[in-house]
Design a protein around this ligand. Structure first.
Ligand code: PEP
Length: 254
């Protein structure tokens, strides 16, 4: 179960949306309209929006995240961006292992593990995504799948670094589909995720942050975000609409 009094995390994953001009408008509206200081807001924006986003959110409760990084520090890797580069321009978080990167860019557990280690060693916090696809769900191998993803990703991660990893449970079939797991099922899975990390001897279950992501909107947010084992949400589509995003943030008011 989550730690009592820990602030919930609401992270927006903008994916490949919002030009710098559009990003500026959205962030300014969020800054003026958000009255809830009881939740941690993270905006995971496209690389091109990062400098502007970090400037606009200085001295606010909003943190900026990237959506990917490469595991090498530097070198001849055309088109890639390292964790160290992100850190230097004020990024605090990075999403690693999102299912869209696994599916469209063939990212493997091994690469994800290297990226996690590189991000942590550069001082970034990691939002590490895991989740089963529809076929795995229908074959009742969800738990096995998640446990394998966690074990592969946390390989060689130092115990002292685990608190800098947030695990986002994102069933692939729920992303952008309007479907979500039922609340008992979801809470149970988030507990299994906590226990898996605990059983690896890494960290107390309540110290681990577990987010849910997949079709969260202003209507279902409260039910999901108040589950005992859910520490917040990773929000895709609904984070692009400021009014919808604000309603989700407001569901976390204490
Ligand atoms: C995501 O892709 O991280 C996500 C949660 O998307 P959506 O909220 O649109 O389902």
């Amino acid at each position: 179960m989550k730690e009592k009094n820990k602030d919930l995390i609401i992270a927006g994953n903008w994916k490949m949306n919002k030009t710098p001009k559009e990003a500026e408008k959205l962030i300014n509206k969020l800054k003026t309209k958000n009255k809830n200081s009881a939740c941690k807001i993270v905006l995971c924006v496209p690389f091109i929006d990062i400098p502007l986003a970090t400037d606009l959110t200085q001295n606010t409760l909003i943190s900026i995240g990237a959506q990917n990084c490469y595991f090498k520090k530097n070198g001849a890797y055309t088109g890639e961006i390292s964790a160290e580069m992100l850190k230097e321009i004020g990024v605090e978080y990075v999403i690693i292992g999102h299912s869209e990167r696994r599916i469209y860019f063939n990212e493997t557990d091994e690469q994800i593990n290297k990226k996690i280690n590189s991000a942590l060693n550069s001082g970034l916090k990691v939002i590490f995504c895991i989740g089963e696809n529809l076929q795995e769900r229908e074959n009742n191998i969800t738990e096995e799948k998640l446990i394998i993803q966690i074990k592969n990703a946390l390989h060689k991660v130092d115990k002292s670094q685990i608190e800098n990893i947030i695990i986002a449970y994102e069933p692939v079939w729920a992303i952008g589909s309007g479907k979500t797991p039922n609340k008992d099922e979801l809470d149970h899975i988030c507990q299994i995720i906590r226990n898996t990390v605990f059983n690896m001897g890494k960290i107390l279950p309540e110290k681990i942050s577990v987010l849910y992501g997949g079709s969260i909107n202003s209507k279902n947010a409260k039910e999901i975000l108040t589950l005992p084992n859910v520490d917040g949400g990773l929000i895709g589509g609904a984070s692009l609409d400021i009014e919808e995003f604000l309603k989700i943030i407001n569901c976390t008011a204490k």
